[in-house]
Design a protein around this ligand. Structure first.
Ligand SMILES: Nc1nc2c(c(=O)[nH]1)N[C@H]1C(S)=C(S)[C@@H](COP(=O)(O)O)O[C@H]1N2
Ligand SMILES: [Mo]
Length: 460
């Protein structure tokens, strides 16, 4: 949403003066904090052992600060190629038939932190994903009520979040056909609770099978369009080459396509990487999903992919939900093992062993590998041989870094990056476009500082 006086009132003063009418902020537990402000929280691996992800460990991904929307002031507008533009209250929304579905939402950037060479952005590993029970109404019912005119191309979804600094607004459009799909919802509940603030209170879009960037939170406005939407988050961000490109190479966003359907993927929750375990029966477990196409099967290997065994699928299932799986393995000998899982969808597609690279690190679905040691003396792992890190050299950050770079967010989002000089320069310049105040000399000293501390991962 644009920062109008109205939205400013809505997001700050109203909530501050009168307290919130929204649901209480849901505490998160044991999350990996990628950024505390804006909120980016990752689910730890153990989350892949639960069919429904509880809200306390459901990931959060927000480009801007979380807006506090007052339900009494909130409205959803439907405009554009419609016979009768509408403005609906929550009571109006709840008069449409209620629909429930269980579905996976996965951030397009899940697994970005595993890309080689590294790319800038939130360095998610496995857990920017969750499986929840969503309840709300069909987007198609709401749009039909307004009356569709002609043959529109897409539906723009705009949330009540206000851009930080001069950042572009987070606005996403969905192709008309997907918007009208009976499973595309506007949800006001998550896991049987009022939709929590961090997850888009009071209303968010549910786009089953598609990556999270289409699941607009804090929805305030939809616009039926006959022209493609030109905003940053459609034309520049969330675009994918759709085919393998040389690692590390820039690709013109115009040659890329928007990220939509999720691929087939599985993640192992147990055992954990680097575990030292006894020579005894071992439960290998995880979750698997496959976007819009149903999941067919999961296979597990304990010998570096030479042989594969059928994973036992959990009883609980839903059209767009993930499926738990396990495989019971009794190691016959001690040693160092690599455990892998791979999922197949009903079209026979499976996961790659070597990920194709793309410039923003989207849609990583590489086979997950977990190394374990089966040992006669299980317990904490012995100190690895060689390579003491020695005394860490301390670099004092330049004053310009403190004042210019820690104004909108903490250091957390910076420290996780591993970037080359060219990438750091590009990211700093992006921050300047978004409102960071640095002169040319400060720009140089900041880039120098970032490169020394958070330079590219050494090739080993
Ligand atoms: N308005 C708004 N909607 C948004 C976002 C956002 O920043 N603003 N982030 C999107 C992205 S990139 C993802 S992955 C999901 C994350 O939803 P969650 O925070 O409920 O897990 O919300 C999407 N909807
Ligand atoms: Mo995302």
């Amino acid at each position: 949403m644009k920062l109008s006086r109205r939205t400013l009132f809505l997001t700050f003063s109203a909530a501050a003066l009168r307290g919130q009418s929204g649901p209480p902020a849901t505490p998160k537990r044991n999350m990996i904090v990628r950024s505390s402000r804006p909120e980016d929280y990752e689910m730890p691996l153990e989350g892949f052992e639960e069919w429904i992800t509880p809200i306390e460990r459901f990931y959060v991904r927000s480009h801007h600060y979380t807006p506090k929307v007052e339900l009494s002031e909130w409205k959803l507008s439907i405009s554009g190629e419609v016979a009768q533009p509408l403005t609906l209250t929550m009571a109006d929304i709840k008069r449409f038939p209620r629909v429930e579905l269980v579905g996976v939402m996965e951030c397009a950037g899940n697994g970005r932190g595993l890309f080689e060479p590294p790319v800038p952005g939130v360095q998610w590993t496995y857990g920017s994903i969750g499986n929840a029970r969503w309840a709300g109404v069909r987007l198609s019912d709401v749009l039909r009520k307004a009356g569709i005119r002609g043959a529109p191309l897409e539906v723009l979804c705009d949330g009540a979040d206000v851009p930080v600094g001069t950042m572009p607004e987070f606005q996403r459009s969905i192709p008309f056909r997907k918007a009208m799909h009976p499973d595309t919802l506007l949800a006001y509940e998550m896991n049987g609770q009022t939709l929590p603030v961090s997850h888009g209170f009071p209303l968010r879009v549910i786009v089953p099978g598609w990556a999270g960037d289409s699941w607009t939170k804090w929805l305030a406005r939809t616009e039926v369009r006959k022209e493609p939407f030109q905003g940053f988050f459609m034309q520049t961000a969330y675009r994918h080459p759709g085919k393998p490109v040389p690692p590390g190479m820039a690709v013109d966003p115009k040659l890329m396509k928007p990220v939509q359907n999720l691929g087939v993927k599985s993640v192992l929750a147990a055992p954990l990487d680097d575990a030292v375990l006894p020579k005894a029966p071992l439960r290998i477990a995880g979750a698997a999903w496959s976007g819009e196409t149903p999941l067919a099967s999961v296979q597990v290997s304990v010998d570096r992919g030479r042989t594969w065994h059928p994973g036992i699928l959990g009883r609980e299932q839903a059209r767009y939900g993930w499926r738990l799986f396990h495989y019971n393995w009794t190691p016959r000998d001690t040693g160092h093992y690599v455990i892998m899982a791979r999922a197949f969808d009903t079209l026979g597609r499976t996961q790659p062993f070597v990920q194709e690279w793309n410039p923003s690190g989207y849609l990583n679905n590489t086979v997950h590998q977990v190394a374990v040691e089966i040992s006669d003396s299980p317990g904490p792992r012995a100190v690895p041989a060689g390579g003491s890190t020695g005394q860490m050299e301390k670099f004092k950050p330049p004053q310009s870094y403190r004042t210019a770079c820690l104004a909108c967010h903490q250091e957390d989002i910076i420290m996780q990056q591993r970037l080359t000089r060219v990438q750091w320069a590009a990211d700093v310049d992006k921050m300047v476009r978004w409102g960071a105040k640095v002169n040319p000399k400060e720009r140089e000293e900041i880039i120098e500082y970032l490169l020394r501390l958070y330079g590219p991962r050494p090739a080993n």
